[in-house]
Each structure stands twice: as structure tokens, then as C-alpha cells.
Design a protein around this ligand. Structure first.
Ligand code: F6P
Length: 545
């Protein structure tokens, strides 16, 4: 295997460290004075999205130096390898072909596109059957509700898309169950009628404990309600690459839609894993969602680095993580429908880039993926924004701002927009102790009291943030937005020299979980575990007696 050049070995690394020292002492607000066209110079457009990255701790020389990382890191060739279907998931010897899932023409595409096309036809057929009312349950009742049972990538993407595109929803209601906590399934089923409910068991592996446990419980719910074993094919569809296990569960091949090992779970919403979304919004809208992502793909693979939106976002992530020691990144969608975007992005970025060794297995001498967190604006403003404004952590922020609402309540939406822009600006400008003191005097406080309180009201500002805009949340813009973050994740990964497409780190916890389940069930007892775990297992046993 060829040795991968690490970020810290690139010629520009030392220069960026030196530039970082200067930037830490600089003022973002003053960057606008020094660079009169900064707002437009540092704004990009792609696939219906806008990215304003002018409120960042980045000067033109910093940006130039960051862009200089692209070639020597190999990122530019990595992008072509990604689209070319090369086995860039090197620890599993596979390509990562999620971009193929939204391709619209077969010109020059890898052979796997034939399978994608066939799967789309099957998805379209199922979406049509459900939306037309043709799909009946065991009693002859029309299916009105679909429950997606899946977890991780088999849940977060479809759940986000269905919720975000609620204004486009047709006559079928889609529900999502993920947690092995029985309350998740129970709460969902409470509202539903077995006669008119269909389950989609979404599991690439068909081996995931949570999904199989919930699916068995859903099956029992149907059988208890009066369905027979022979009726189950009217109520269960599977999306999986493990047809054998689906058949063992009792889902016939005709009810199975494919998944492939060349698509990672967190990159799979574009595949049949997104079937619940296609059912919720209808096939034509789902195709618009794919088209939005494809437009972002085209932009990403063909735009030069300086105007390449995902690439610029990846460079910013590396800048903050490796040169300004940020360690976290907050995402703030100012749209109720996008409230689950941070959840989706947590898996996308943290399962992809939570890695500590390079592509060739060397321990990395620098930090990689930051903690990603966030919630919908304005909810977070009354919760954690205090820390963003006055805390000691550096938290680069992404505001996501649709410019139009589907609610028809433009007046109220204007307030939401004002809040978003205010937060973005306030993070940058802050308030000096003098300004705080003046404000306090203006409120009628005496001089001493104003001086005492001024440090508490002062805000350092200079807190970097981007604003990502779109006309409205619609299938196309949502597709572009998710693809934007996928490619940003890829860019950061390759700059760090890591493989974003495996997730070995989640396996050991699953193995130990199986061992502990055996012990809790009294089936295994081989060797004591650590004293803490033994004590907690005893506590559980005692609680059952
Ligand atoms: O445990 C992590 C993981 O493998 C994720 O990568 C994946 O999205 C999730 O579990 C669900 O996996 P599956 O679709 O195979 O059930």
C-alpha cells in the first residue's frame, strides 16, 4: 500500500500554524473593512444553495493557504476516485457509490448503475401501490400507515427527509421506530391500527439487534390482532442486502428491496432505504430529491477548489479543528422541518470521521472529526446559545436558513429569519465592556453598578459562523443540502488522511452487549466482568425480583 501523506506533513501545514496565531488576535468585523467585497467574495452558490462564509476567522491569505492543501493532500484525485467507483473504502476493499444512487444518466457510470435503476423501478412500484390505495392489509383494509423499523443510517436519513418534506406529504403517514427500548415501538403502535399498517424493515445487514427485536415485536402485534402467518407479506417489506435473513424472518423475496455493500448506511437515504420517504412524498418528489443531490454532485466534482462549496466547508472544518483547536461544530437549522438535521449529521460526520489512524494505519498526530451538535433555531437560543456567545469554547456554527416558509404565515416566519440573522451577526460582533456599560447606564443604573455588571454583559464576539441559504425546504434543496454535507465530510476525511466509509469502532460494544445480555438472561456466566459492570448487573437482577 502506498503511504498516505498526512496533513501535518504537507508543506502548507507550518504556514497555516503561523497564520493561525495572527488570526486569533484579529477581528472578523475588521476583515470586512479591509476587504470591502468580502460578503460577496466569500459567498458561493451551488445547486440552489448559498453559502456565506464571510463571518469566519479567515483572511484571503489563510484561504489561499488552505486551498494549497488540496493538491498535495491528494484530495483532488480522491474526488475523481470517489465518483469513478474506485475502492476508496480501503479497509473493506469497496467503492463508496452513494453518488450513483442519484445519478440520472448512465453515461460513463460504473456497472452497478443497472442495479440502481432496477431498484428505483421497484421503489416506484411500491410507492405507487401504497399511494394509490392498492396495497391492502390482512382484513382487506387499505394501508394508511407505514412504520419504518431501522436504526442509524436506516432511520436518521429517512426520518429527517420525511419530516422536513411534510408539506409535500400525500395520503400515507410514515412513522419511525429505532430504539430497542420497547417504549419506542409501543408509543408508535398505540396510534395505529394493525389492519392498515405496513412495516418496512430497513437493515442493510439484517443483523442489527434493535431492528430485529422491534420487527419481531411488530410481527407479534399483527398476529395477536388476528393476522395469520400467511398474511404477513401484506404487512412487511424489507430493505436489505441479506435476503437470506429476511426470508428466515418470513419476508418473501418479492417484498425485499436491495441494498449493497458499496453504500454505507449513513449514505443510503438515496437508495431503497429511503422507501418510506418515497411513499410519504410520492415518487416524482423523491426523484426531485435525488436530482437536488445530483446537482450538488456535479458541482462538487467539476468546480475548481476556490468555488467548490463542500470543499471550502471541509477546509474550514480542518482550519478550525487543527489550527484553532475548535473540537466541535454546531449546526443550527432555522426551520422546524429540519430539526433533525443535527441528528442526521452526527452520524454522517462522527461515524465517518471519528477515526484515529490514517488510511495506511498510522496513529494520527492531530485531531480529526469534531463533535457535531445543535438543534433548531430558535429553540437553542433559549438553551445553549449562552455558551456560544459567552462561553470559553470555540464553536464554529452553521446556520441553515430557508428563505421562504410553506406555512403561509410569512409574518411569523419573518421573526424566525430575523432571529437567525441576529444570532449570526451577534456571534461575530459581540459587545465590548464599554458598550455594555453604556447600555447599563442607559437603563438608569448608577456608574458603579454599571461598571460592576459590564463584564457580565460584555460578549467577546469574533465567533465564526456560516449561513447556508435556500429558497425553501423542498425535495431538491434538501437533496442538495444533504449531499453538500456528505461531500464536506469526505473532503475533511481525505485532508486528515482517513477512511470515512468504515465504522469498526461500533463493533466491540455490540459484542460486549451480546455477552452482557447472555449474563442478564442467566445463560452465560463465564468469568467475572469488571466490578462496576458486575455491580450494575446485580442491580438490574434485584430490580426484577
Ligand atoms: O452500528 C452502526 C451501524 O452499522 C451503522 O453504520 C448503520 O447505519 C446502522 O448500524 C444500522 O445498520 P443496518 O442497516 O445494517 O441495520
Amino acid at each position: 500500500m502506498t503511504t498516505r501523506v498526512l496533513l501535518s506533513e504537507l508543506p502548507g501545514y507550518g504556514k497555516l500554524q503561523a497564520l493561525a496565531d495572527g488570526v486569533k488576535a484579529a477581528s472578523i468585523e475588521q476583515f470586512f473593512t479591509a476587504q470591502p467585497n468580502r460578503a460577496s467574495d466569500f459567498t458561493l452558490a451551488a445547486a440552489g444553495l448559498g453559502l456565506d462564509y464571510s463571518k469566519h476567522l479567515v483572511t484571503p491569505p489563510v484561504l489561499a493557504q488552505l486551498l494549497d492543501l488540496v493538491k498535495p493532500s491528494g484530495l483532488d484525485t480522491d474526488i475523481q476516485s470517489l465518483f469513478g467507483g474506485e475502492p476508496i473504502n480501503n479497509t473493506e476493499g469497496r467503492p463508496a457509490l452513494h453518488t450513483l444512487l442519484r445519478a440520472s444518466s448512465d453515461q460513463g457510470l460504473p456497472d452497478e448503475f443497472n442495479q440502481v435503476r432496477a431498484a428505483r423501478a421497484t421503489m416506484q412500484r411500491w410507492a405507487g401501490r401504497l399511494n394509490s390505495g392498492e396495497q391492502k392489509g390482512y382484513s382487506g383494509a387499505t394501508i394508511t400507515d407505514v412504520v419504518n423499523i431501522g436504526i442509524g443510517g436506516s432511520d436518521l436519513g429517512p426520518r429527517l427527509v420525511t419530516e422536513a418534506l411534510k408539506p409535500f406529504q400525500g395520503n400515507i403517514s410514515c412513522h419511525y421506530v429505532a430504539n430497542v427500548d420497547p417504549a419506542d415501538l409501543q408509543d408508535t403502535l398505540l396510534e395505529l391500527d394493525p389492519e392498515s399498517t405496513l412495516f418496512i424493515v430497513c437493515s442493510k445487514s439484517f443483523r442489527t439487534e434493535e431492528t430485529l427485536t422491534n420487527s419481531l415485536a411488530a410481527r407479534a402485534w399483527l398476529l395477536n390482532a388476528g393476522a395469520s402467518e400467511a398474511d404477513l407479506d401484506k404487512h412487511f417489506i424489507a430493505v436489505t442486502s441479506n435476503l437470506g435473513a429476511a426470508a428466515d424472518f418470513g419476508i418473501p423475496a418479492g417484498n425485499c428491496l436491495p441494498m449493497w455493500d458499496w453504500v454505507g448506511g449513513r449514505y443510503s437515504v438515496w437508495s431503497a432505504i429511503g422507501l418510506s420517504c418515497a411513499i410519504a412524498i410520492g415518487w416524482d418528489r423523491f426523484e426531485e430529491f435525488l436530482a437536488g443531490a445530483e446537482a450538488m454532485d456535479t458541482h462538487f466534482r467539476s468546480s475548481p477548489p476556490a468555488t467548490n462549496m463542500p470543499l471550502i466547508m471541509g477546509l474550514l472544518e480542518v482550519w478550525y479543528g487543527n489550527f484553532l483547536q475548535a473540537g466541535n461544530h454546531v449546526v443550527l437549522p432555522y426551520d422546524h422541518g429540519l430539526r433533525r438535521l443535527p441528528d442526521f449529521l452526527q452520524q454522517l460526520t462522527m461515524e465517518s470521521n471519528g477515526k484515529g489512524v490514517s488510511l495506511d494505519g498510522r496513529a494520527l498526530p492531530y485531531t480529526t472529526g469534531p463533535v457535531l451538535w445543535g438543534s433548531a433555531g430558535t429553540i437553542g437560543q433559549h438553551s445553549f446559545h449562552q455558551l456560544l456567545h459567552q462561553g470559553t469554547l470555540l464553536c464554529p456554527a452553521d446556520f441553515v436558513l430557508p428563505l421562504r416558509t410553506h406555512t403561509g404565515m410569512g409574518e411569523q416566519h419573518r421573526r424566525l429569519v430575523a432571529n437567525c440573522l441576529a444570532q449570526s451577526r451577534t456571534l461575530m460582533v459581540g459587545r465590548s465592556p464599554e458598550a455594555a456599560r453604556t447600555a447599563l447606564l442607559g437603563r438608569g443604573l448608577g456608574g458603579d453598578e454599571a461598571s460592576r455588571l459590564a463584564p457580565h454583559l460584555a460578549m467577546p464576539g469574533n465567533r465564526p459562523n456560516s449561513v447556508i441559504t435556500m429558497d425553501s425546504v423542498n425535495p431538491g434543496s434538501l437533496g442538495a443540502l444533504l449531499a453538500l454535507y456528505e461531500h464536506r465530510t469526505f473532503c475533511s476525511a481525505r485532508l486528515w488522511g482517513i477512511n470515512p466509509f468504515d465504522q469498526w469502532g461500533v463493533e466491540l460494544g455490540k459484542e460486549i452487549g451480546t455477552d452482557i445480555l447472555g449474563r442478564l438472561s442467566g445463560q452465560t456466566s463465564a468469568g467475572a466482568m469488571d466490578p462496576s459492570t458486575e455491580r450494575l448487573m446485580r442491580a438490574w437482577r434485584n430490580a426484577q425480583s
